[in-house]
Design a protein around this ligand. Structure first.
Ligand code: HEC
Length: 100
C-alpha cells in the first residue's frame, strides 16, 4: 500500500484516468495493469513517487525508454495522473489483501 499522498478528489482522479489512458496506457497498461515489460506503476516504490514529476516531465528515465512528457502535459496534469495511479495502487492493495 503506497504511503505517498497527493491532493486528490474524485474529479481529480477522473481527470487523471482520462489522461493516463491517453498518454501512458499504451506502455504501462490499461487501468495501470502492466503486462510486465514496462513497470507496473501500482507497485512503484516510495522514491519513484517522490521523483514522479522529474521522471514524467523531467525525462529522468529517458535513456531507459521512458519519454519526457514536458511538451504534452502540464505539472498540474501530471499531478492528476499521479493521483489516479495512487488510487489504483490502493484499490489493488485492498483487493490483494482481501484474497489472502
Ligand atoms: C513509450 C512507452 C512509455 C510511455 C508512453 C510511458 N512510459 Fe513510463 N516508463 C516506460 C519505461 C520503459 C519505463 C522504465 C524505465 C526504467 O527502466 O527506468 C517507465 C518508467 C516510468 C516510471 C518509473 C517507474 C519505476 O517504478 O521506476 C514512471 C513513474 C512512469 N514511467 C510514468 C509514466 C506516466 C505517468 C506516463 C504517461 C504520462 C508514462 N510513464 C508513459 C515507458 C513508457
Amino acid at each position: 500500500m503506497p504511503t505517498f499522498r497527493v491532493a486528490s478528489t474524485a474529479p481529480v482522479i477522473e481527470k487523471g484516468r482520462v489522461l493516463f489512458a491517453m498518454y501512458c496506457g499504451r506502455c504501462h497498461g490499461g487501468n495501470v495493469v502492466s503486462g510486465g515489460s514496462v513497470p507496473d506503476l501500482r507497485y512503484a516504490e516510495e522514491p519513484t513517487h517522490q521523483m514522479f514529476e522529474e521522471i514524467v516531465r523531467g525525462g529522468a528515465r529517458r535513456e531507459f525508454g521512458m519519454p519526457s512528457f514536458a511538451g504534452d502535459l502540464t505539472a498540474e496534469q501530471v499531478r492528476f495522473i499521479h493521483a489516479y495511479i495512487l488510487d489504483r495502487a490502493r484499490e489493488s492493495a485492498k483487493a490483494d489483501a482481501a484474497r489472502r
